[in-house]
Write a protein that binds this ligand. Structure first.
Ligand code: AMP
Ligand code: TRP
Length: 332
């Protein structure tokens, strides 16, 4: 059976972009077609300035939201990365296989290190080595497929290169993974800045729909979405990115086709109104289920404990054999 691994960083509240671009696909497709692991990758949240209490809170919330969205612990493994030591353990070996130049070429590193420097904070070394940890996340499980958004494909490519290099030098240990793009997913753009991705850590929150926003907040954000000064509703990402984003959202939420939907609307106002309601209805069950689960933290803890145990059982033998292959003396 195919092994799938993917993860989400607890650096902010999960957004509609995370849901439509990743989590919904994990729920509707991936957990049914493969032996899948989904992780709240909390170690990765420490690569930039962070507040310990906030990371803790967001990790629990992200795990709860993954379950609320429909990941089923009977079908897949849901766990928190730091609960499984093998990630950090394998990460070090990955650092011994990767080169400094490879790490510095990563687009995300280039972008984020500039930002960290500009704000006067030092650039954490872990920001540079992040892809080694991400490769470890993936390779520790003999993963075949990694469903991620476009922005992460460069990191998965690197994990691929490291697997091939390790196997070539030290003997075959790792499955060579590949990135897969979600089939049904959309790239959701910021409602206030439709040329850039809706991301959890943007400063201006007016353009970001969070999964836990209440209905009125969702309505307000969608109704205030930036559009152009035209009037005709057309699906044109270049000329009319704001409208195209709304059409994409409406289509993703209702199972329609964005280009066909464009023909249905006479005005921006009515498109916004219907999109707002469709998003509200899309998120309603997730929010309700989240409230139920949050009221029973013992249940979430149990799911995460069992998930971590299962994950450990899968990763341990593989990481042990990597330790042996690279030349480390086994403890007896
Ligand atoms: P992150 O928020 O960076 O931890 O991403 C978790 C997953 O959600 C990754 O697979 C991303 O590619 C995906 N994702 C994040 N934001 C968006 C967005 N605005 N549109 C589509 N997919 C997204
Ligand atoms: N780097 C990913 C992101 O920013 C999160 C992530 C960490 C991940 N480890 C992973 C995704 C392993 C897939 C597989 O979105």
């Amino acid at each position: 059976m195919k092994r799938i691994f993917s993860g989400v960083k607890p650096t902010g509240h999960l957004t509609l972009g995370n849901y439509l671009g990743a989590v919904r696909q994990w729920v509707e497709v991936d957990q049914h077609r493969a032996d899948a692991l989904f992780s709240v990758v909390d170690l990765h949240a420490l690569t930039v300035e962070h507040d310990p209490a906030r990371v803790r809170r967001l990790s629990r919330q992200a795990a709860t939201l993954l379950l609320a969205a429909g990941l089923d612990p009977q079908l897949c493994t849901v766990f928190v990365q730091s609960h499984v030591d093998e990630h950090a353990r394998l990460s070090y070996l990955m650092e011994c296989v990767a080169t400094d130049g490879e790490m510095r070429r990563m687009i995300q590193y280039k972008e984020k290190s500039v930002r960290a420097r500009d704000t006067g904070q030092g650039v954490r070394l872990s920001l540079l080595t992040y892809p080694a940890l991400m490769a470890a996340d993936i390779l520790a499980y003999g993963t075949h497929e990694v469903p991620v958004g476009e922005d992460q494909t460069q990191h998965v490519e690197l994990a691929r290169d490291l697997a091939v290099r390790f196997n070539h030098r030290y003997g075959h240990v790792f499955t060579v993974p590949k990135a897969t793009s979600p089939v049904v997913a959309a790239r959701v753009m910021d409602l206030q800045d439709p040329m850039s991705k809706m991301g959890k850590s943007h400063e201006n929150q007016a353009g970001i729909v969070y999964l836990l926003d209440d209905a009125d907040t969702v309505r307000r954000k969608v109704m205030r979405a930036v559009t152009d000064s035209g009037r005709e509703v057309v699906h044109d990402r270049e000329a009319s990115p704001g409208i195209a984003n709304l059409l994409d959202l409406l289509a993703a939420a209702t199972g329609g086709n964005p280009i066909e939907l464009a023909g249905v609307y006479e005005s921006y106002g009515s498109l916004k109104k219907d999109t707002a309601e469709a998003v509200v209805e899309l998120l309603r069950p997730v929010r309700e289920r989240h409230a139920e689960l949050a009221a029973d933290p013992g249940h979430v803890d149990k799911v995460l404990r069992e998930g971590a145990e299962r994950a450990r059982g899968m990763a341990r033998p593989l990481v042990d054999s990597a330790y042996r292959a690279i030349g480390l003396l086994p403890a007896v």
